[in-house]
Design a protein around this ligand. Sequence first.
Ligand SMILES: Cc1cc2nc3c(=O)[nH]c(=O)nc-3n(C[C@H](O)[C@H](O)[C@H](O)COP(=O)(O)OP(=O)(O)OC[C@H]3O[C@@H](n4cnc5c(N)ncnc54)[C@H](O)[C@@H]3O)c2cc1C
Length: 461
Amino acid sequence: MTYDAIIVGSGPAGIFAALELLGNSRKVLMVDKGKVISERHCPVLEKKAKTCMNCPVCHIVSGWGGAGSASDGKLTLTTGFGGNLEEYIGEIRLENMIRRVDETFVSYGVDNHAYEPEGSIVKETIRKAASVGIKVLPARIRHIGTDASRVVLNNMYLDLKEKCDILLDTVVRDLIIEEGKAKGIVLKDGTKHYAEHVIVAPGREGASWLETIVNRLQLPIASMPVDIGVRVEVPDSVCEDLTEHFYEVKCLYNTPSFDDRCRTFCMNPSGFVVSEYNRSHNLVTVNGHSLKKTKSRNTNFAILVTKNFTHPFNNPIGYATHIAKLANMLAGGGILLQRLGDLKDGRRSTEARIQRGMVTPTANASPGDLSLVLPHRHLTDIVEFLDALNIIMPGVNHSDTLLYGVEIKLYSLRLDLKDNLEVPGVENLYMVGDGAGVSRGIVQAAASGIIAARAITGSVE
Ligand SMILES: Cc1cc2nc3c(=O)[nH]c(=O)nc-3n(C[C@H](O)[C@H](O)[C@H](O)COP(=O)(O)OP(=O)(O)OC[C@H]3O[C@@H](n4cnc5c(N)ncnc54)[C@H](O)[C@@H]3O)c2cc1C
């Protein structure tokens, strides 16, 4: 049998591609290496194991619903968050697409209430930020909730399994490409399935598999950005106007000295800074989180500097991990901590100076000197951004503000795709979602699946 389309991956990108294709009466096969929702059990989450058991297929990131389906997912319903689709289809079309994804989630059972920042303090904060060149992006959020997330994804499964063929527990090994056209897929056991179109949606979990395919087919790769920065920790009161009035917010700034794009990321009121072990690169980086029951008196958030590198350099991940390893080297294997005042004065921080300060660190980190780790350019960007942010976070540029290093964000390989997400040079092959580097969240991943499906059906929104 030749399908109209085969979809590799049953995360949000794959599911929404299937929904769109089936709405247009296409014959579809979906394949995922993970299991159906009711059989996705992580031993650590279910407290049957203390540490990761390295299951052959990870239940957290693989299976029906894709990555994060066991988390209390948030749908971010604002352009500017969770991916790069705007570059392909423009802001207006992306807004329409986000609306479409949202309506679909609600129709399968997601609670219809959305958090929307509004009111005079929100307006005043955006106005004040704009006066110093900071763009504040408030996000509209729909909170799915852990149990609801599983129910909604399962509702989608029950609906789709009646309308198309679904192979779970099934690894796709290769794509069949003949005479510059996608023809189908090859499974791990050698079985071949054929289709007129192939949509590849393997998520971050499948990014390295995708990379081998991309290298073998010599597909074009777009330049990949590198996000490098620090985690900032301040007393809760400094960020109150933001954390109390915006459910989630992003601040964007182009720095005066280098015109680099900086952003805030992942703000955690009454939260904790944590160190994170990255197994694949054997290094420790910084992150932050808020806990439901245990609260600190500090708010933390990341400041990230985004840089795009150009030819001949093509190893942005190597660059970022190299910097993170420098911090580990100086911090005795962990993360570094410095007061902003010490950084500006050109001296290292010490235990004594940090203890005398106003902010008590929430993470176990070694006092040291970030200027021995981060390039001058990044440090200048961070200090300039903190000075500008002071207008909406009064006190954030105080000497006692704590900076932890290094926080890095590593992205999947980003493919150079056509605007409809078809691969240039290979007809009828589409690459979507986080694995192709076009999204970084549920909503834009889903939207990317719809874009590819619409290219196949020829339908317009
Ligand atoms: C713990 C956690 C919490 C998260 N919370 C949120 C949140 O609250 N809000 C938000 O917007 N985003 C969140 N995310 C991110 C979000 O889950 C992803 O952005 C989104 O799932 C990406 O969708 P996708 O369809 O591109 O890929 P994925 O969801 O990763 O799905 C890809 C699927 O492809 C399958 N696959 C890969 N390779 C193969 C292969 N060779 N053969 C067969 N199958 C294959 C995988 O098994 C997987 O099921 C979270 C992620 C995690 C890990």
